[in-house]
Design a protein around this ligand. Structure first.
Ligand code: NDP
Ligand code: 8X3
Length: 256
């Protein structure tokens, strides 16, 4: 499918996988709406992409945890006559790595509110327009953590299992409408993910990827682009993308 002049809304586009998706889609001529909390970063990315590609890029400050903000953002787009052809539900995070009995409830709230509720708010706001138009594509960024549970990761894994369930449920609910629903579920990707998980502890974050070759954000963006460019009758439902050095969530080939 040719994405020239289609409009793609990417959440969490200020960093990592979301920013890589923005670059990948701009390269093939898609117009972009980039959303995240750090508007300065989004504006830089938007400016850079507009200056190198013939595309329209709009940067929108958005905290996906706010139902009101998500509603206003999508309403503002509608009022400007912008229709979202593809929604990439990417905004997300892990916060902390702890047993359930010792976990920080603030960390849990952040993960649940962002990874599950934020994704649902965006989906609920954008999908009705897709149903009306009889076309559209929702691409969720899940995780290997949506297929497995690893030690100290119960709550993050629960949120990604929820993403997998929502991905499957949305496909059933929109069957017959022409909408496609996909999930790209990576293993270890070298982004700011681990710095965020460990609350800014760079050394601990670096340890996650030490001695192995993780995926890059661009690897994941390639997979997202693959999903988006299948012909309209073909839908990638779920794609697990792992580093060669990772067989399962905690089974990695680490050279010390
Ligand atoms: P990054 O930390 O690099 O990027 C996360 C993005 O999410 C940022 O742009 C951040 O923007 C945004 N974000 C976080 N909270 C909010 C919020 N409340 N509202 C809006 N945007 C928000 O990590 P990744 O690129 O790795 O993460 C992207 C997705 O990929 C996540 O869903 C993550 O769970 C998933 N994933 C990551 C893997 C990895 O190993 N890195 C593996 C599997 C899945 P800002 O702070 O500006 O709001
Ligand atoms: C992120 C991948 O394995 O660090 O979803 O949880 S993992």
């Amino acid at each position: 499918m040719n994405l020239d002049r289609t409009t793609i809304l990417i959440t969490g586009a200020s960093s990592g996988i979301g920013a890589a998706c923005a670059r990948a889609f701009a390269k093939v001529g898609a117009d972009l709406i980039l959303a995240a909390r750090r508007i300065d970063r989004l504006s830089d990315i938007a400016e850079q992409l507009c200056s190198t590609h013939d595309v329209d890029v709009r940067a929108m400050p958005l905290d996906v945890r706010s139902r009101e903000a998500v509603g206003s953002c999508v309403q503002a787009l509608e009022e400007d006559g912008v229709t979202v052809d593809i929604l990439v539900n990417n905004a997300g995070l892990a916060s902390g790595l702890a047993t359930v009995q010792e976990g920080d409830i603030e960390d849990w709230e952040k993960m649940i509110d962002t990874n599950i509720k934020g994704l649902l708010y965006l989906t609920r706001a954008v999908v009705p327009g897709m149903v009306e138009r009889g076309s559209g594509h929702v691409i969720n960024i899940g995780s290997i953590a949506g297929h497995e549970t690893y030690p100290n990761g119960a709550v993050y894994c629960a949120t990604k299992h929820a993403v997998a369930a929502i991905n499957r449920g949305l496909a059933i609910d929109t069957l017959g409408t022409g909408i496609r629903v996909s999930s790209v579920d990576p293993g270890l990707v070298d982004t700011e993910f681990s710095i965020v998980r460990f609350h800014g502890d760079q050394e601990r974050a670096d340890g996650v990827y030490k001695g192995l070759t993780p995926l890059s954000a661009d690897d994941v963006a390639d997979a997202v682009l693959f999903c988006a460019t299948r012909p309209p009758h073909a839908n990638v439902r779920e794609m697990i993308l792992m580093p060669t050095d990772q067989a399962a969530a905690v089974h990695v080939n680490r050279k010390e």
